[in-house]
Design a protein around this ligand. Structure first.
Ligand SMILES: Cc1cc2nc3c(=O)[nH]c(=O)nc-3n(C[C@H](O)[C@H](O)[C@H](O)COP(=O)(O)OP(=O)(O)OC[C@H]3O[C@@H](n4cnc5c(N)ncnc54)[C@H](O)[C@@H]3O)c2cc1C
Length: 419
């Protein structure tokens, strides 16, 4: 498969763009593989890529029930950051951030990673103190963090209501400048192309409908395109985790599936140069390179597998946007959609061997698994290849919930909506 380069762009432009090759093959599934990964989202694809690249394991199939990018990897609001408090999270997400910084070169695919910063707004002195504590924890772990005064915010975020009469007056903010956004579906396509060129079979439109077992051991999967055996079966299906694991007889997991909606406005002249989050509710917004505002808020407050949400959350998200930026009240929404999120009980992910022999589990990404895509794939591939966790995912076990070792960054307790 050809490298993408300036030369190939020019050659194809002159040739009427008729010579581009498909970025990945469409193979028929083989009867057996060394590793099967269920789920062709960001995490499944990056896992396949790192299995091949870092561990030389290329006899791998990624089994995807729809088309690549049809899940959350192609539905998120694209924020990438490592601004956590607890060491398990800062170290894992900073590993990911460092991978993001070289990802386009690594994949020879422009994932449009833009380090435009992520700014958390504080609306009370107590919240500002809390952000100072988190910023200090980040800096302690070598991660950039900057506290900002309202005067600095006025220079950096035009349109933000900084008046004392605002619904929730802004008292300051915590900025991570190395954070930002990336083009979500390019990440899926880049990892798919990278895995495919190393020999991984990506099998689309193939749903896993059951597991093959030898006693407790998982030995393969049943799919809508036949049975496939494997020495190792990895599950990376995000919002479908509960459903797929139930097919293997695992019917109790600390995961709930909820819809999360996203919105894009009509195009506006560029005015918002960073990702802004609201501290008095749950709202985040950036402006895409095409000018549309990309924003979202809370999950819908009920369990669902539907990829569309309901109107109360639409109203809540719009009111939060207008509370921060009153001048956007008349901006029109161009489109909206939903994705099914795998909400864990402590807000942190699970990347582990098991829970059955021959099986590996990756889930619990809540609102924030897109930014984890590189580190999750890197760590999950390590775990599958070596049957033990890498040090960055060692804390993210499944049994931490039994052992009382939860990783609850916000201290919110087992309330998925609040993580
Ligand atoms: C609206 C929204 C906004 C978000 N915003 C952000 C953000 O700004 N920043 C951030 O970091 N994260 C964000 N997230 C979260 C992030 O998108 C997810 O955590 C992450 O994409 C999940 O991992 P994934 O990419 O592997 O999931 P997915 O892309 O959902 O991949 C899972 C795949 O498994 C497949 N599958 C399911 N069942 C089966 C089966 N039986 N057989 C075969 N295949 C199956 C699905 O079709 C799907 O393609 C957001 C999510 C949503 C919905």
């Amino acid at each position: 498969m050809a490298e993408y380069s300036a030369l190939s762009l020019i050659r194809n432009a002159l040739g009427g763009n008729r010579d581009w090759k498909p970025a990945w093959r469409k193979p028929e599934p083989k009867p057996a593989y060394e590793v099967i990964i269920i789920g062709g989202g960001g995490h499944g694809l990056s896992t396949a890529y790192y299995l091949a690249k870092e561990h030389g394991i290329t006899d791998v199939a990624v089994i995807e029930k729809g088309y690549l990018g049809s899940g959350n990897v192609g539905r998120n609001t694209t924020a990438v950051r490592s601004n956590y408090l607890l060491p398990a999270n800062t170290r894992f997400y900073e590993h990911s951030m460092k991978q993001w910084e070289t990802l386009s070169h690594e994949l020879n695919y422009n994932v449009m990673f833009s380090q435009r910063g992520v700014l958390n707004l504080a609306h009370s002195p107590a919240q500002f103190d809390d952000y100072a504590r988190r910023g200090n924890a980040m800096r302690h772990d070598g991660i950039d963090a900057e506290l900002m005064s309202p005067a600095q915010l006025a220079r950096e975020v035009p349109g933000l209501d900084l008046s004392a009469s605002a619904r929730f007056p802004v008292v300051g903010g915590l900025m991570q400048r190395r954070a930002g956004t990336a083009r979500h579906d390019a990440v899926a396509w880049g990892y798919a192309r990278g895995a495919d060129r190393r020999g991984v079979d990506i099998v689309e439109n193939c749903e896993v409908t059951g597991f093959q077992r030898d006693g407790d051991r998982i030995t393969g999967v049943t799919t809508t395109r036949g049975e496939i055996r494997a020495k190792k079966v990895a599950v990376a299906v995000a919002g479908s985790t509960g459903h797929v694991m139930r097919l293997a007889g695992v019917d109790r997991l600390p995961i709930e599936s909820h819809v999360l909606q996203a919105f894009v406005s009509e195009s506006l002249k560029p005015f918002l140069h960073t990702v802004v989050t609201f501290g008095m509710g749950h709202f985040y917004m950036s402006q895409s390179d095409k000018g549309g505002l990309v924003y979202g808020g809370d999950i819908d407050g009920y369990n669902s597998y539907a990829q569309r949400g309901n109107l109360p959350i639409v109203e809540e998200v719009m009111s939060e946007m207008v509370a921060l930026f009153p001048s956007l009240a008349s901006v029109r929404v161009l489109r909206s959609w939903g994705g099914v999120c795998d909400m864990s009980m402590d807000g942190s992910p699970i990347i582990t061997t098991g829970p059955l022999p021959g099986m590996y589990l990756n889930c619990g990404w809540c609102y924030g698994g897109f930014k984890a895509t590189p580190a999750s794939g890197f760590a999950f591939a390590w775990t599958i290849a070596r049957d033990e966790p890498h040090k960055i995912n060692a804390p993210f076990t499944l049994d931490r919930f039994h052992r009382g070792l939860v990783i609850d960054d916000k201290g919110q307790g087992a309330t998925p909506r609040l993580h």
